[in-house]
Design a protein around this ligand. Structure first.
Ligand code: OSB
Ligand code: MG
Length: 370
């Protein structure tokens, strides 16, 4: 395919409620939306990088610069471009998986739309619906947390994930267990703890959690391996797994028993499928994580989460959990599940009027301005 134009929108969407994690609080989601036009049609993707490099090293301004100055020129220079070769075309650039992800996904979307193939078909989905879980931010106090969790359970969410940090860990877990009995529950620390907290966090074993996600630093596989040995709660990695190679290392060290597969963190859906395949080969269950995506990214996450190795409930929630107005038609929760879109590409249409309204800047990186 030939790339005719590339447009980058900087978008700011209000969140329905602030989302607080151990690394910060967001009241809006700022993201990049990329529209790519080829001779066979259009593809869309969103970049998950945040305004600040807190979750990982990438951030919005950095991602747009590396896209413009280092990634796009390599993509444009690649002969006979197709989605399967985007990774190879960009491989000389070190790091920047979220920026690479947005380019590969837009090419993949354009390719699938042109071929009339859905993301689910392309990636190997075997389910038509995906059970939905929800990631619950750190609350102001325990009553506020219980009210929020109660609302999600009433809506039908099948699994609750609580964000934790030092000072907000055992008490919220105990409170949710006391209030809601044996609701499937897990926690995510976003790397907020250190090896000195191994004994403290071992007390989570009393609550029969599904897993504890990324308690320690991104590069601290050794402490994760000690935790996996010491705790009965399974250890899940998020930030530490940037590639299939990282997963090989983590498995060799015994640093995780479960993996959160987040397409943006690993450079795209094709690498996410390879991670899924490796995990399945090792008998390691995986689930699909998220980055508060709009319908553009979440529709594709649904297709990935419908692969057979995704045996645990993921963080792909309905549009309303995040936004009053999504950038696509709404993804809805029905009987605790969300339907995997069946249309070509990601299967959802971008509402270009809403997109234009919520864009704080629009740059034409390739091709003539509209
Ligand atoms: O660590 O999984 C995470 C959101 C933003 C950044 C990191 C994480 C998250 C979530 C929310 O937990 C997942 C979602 O609902 O998209
Ligand atoms: Mg996480």
């Amino acid at each position: 395919m030939t790339i005719l134009s590339v447009r980058l929108h900087l978008v700011e969407l209000p969140l329905v409620r602030p989302f607080r994690t151990s690394f910060g609080t967001s009241t809006t989601r700022q993201l990049l939306v990329l529209r790519l036009e080829t001779e066979t049609g259009v593809g869309w993707a969103e970049c998950a990088a945040d305004p600040e490099p807190l979750y990982s090293a990438e951030f919005l301004t950095g991602a747009s610069l590396v896209l413009r100055d280092h990634l796009l020129p390599r993509l444009l220079a690649w002969p006979d471009l197709d989605a399967a070769h985007v990774g190879t075309a960009l491989a000389a650039v070190t790091g920047h998986p979220m920026a690479k992800h947005v380019l590969e996904t837009a090419v993949l979307d354009a390719e699938c739309r042109a071929q009339g193939q859905s993301f689910g078909e392309r990636l190997g989905a075997t389910r038509t619906h995906v059970p939905a879980g929800v990631s619950v931010g750190i609350a102001d106090d325990l009553p506020a947390l219980l009210t929020e969790v109660e609302g999600y359970l009433a809506a039908g969410y099948q699994r609750i994930k609580l964000k934790i940090e030092p000072g907000w860990d055992l008490a919220p877990v105990a409170a949710v267990c006391r209030a809601f009995g044996d609701v499937p529950l897990q926690v995510d620390a976003n790397a907020a703890y250190t090896a000195g907290d191994l004994a403290h966090l071992a007390r989570l074993d009393d609550f029969a959690l599904l897993l504890v996600e990324q308690p320690f630093g991104e590069d601290d596989l050794v402490t994760h391996a000690r935790a996996a040995d010491l705790w009965s709660t399974p250890v899940c990695l998020d930030e530490s797994i940037g590639s299939t190679h990282d997963l090989q290392t983590a498995l060799a060290l015994g640093a995780c028993q479960v993996v959160n597969v987040k397409p943006s963190r690993v450079g795209g859906y094709l690498e996410a499928v390879r991670i899924h395949d490796l995990a399945v080969a090792h008998g390691v269950p995986v689930w699909c994580g998220g980055m508060l995506e709009t319908g553009i990214g979440r529709s594709a996450n649904l297709a990935l989460a419908a692969l057979p190795g995704f045996t645990l409930v993921g963080d792909v929630s309905a549009s309303r959990r995040y936004y009053r107005q999504d950038l696509t038609e709404e993804l809805v929760l029905r009987d605790g599940q969300i339907a995997v879109p069946t249309g070509a590409g990601t299967g959802l249409e971008v509402d270009e009027t809403v997109l234009a309204d919520l864009s704080t800047s629009v740059v034409e990186l390739v091709g003539a301005p509209a």
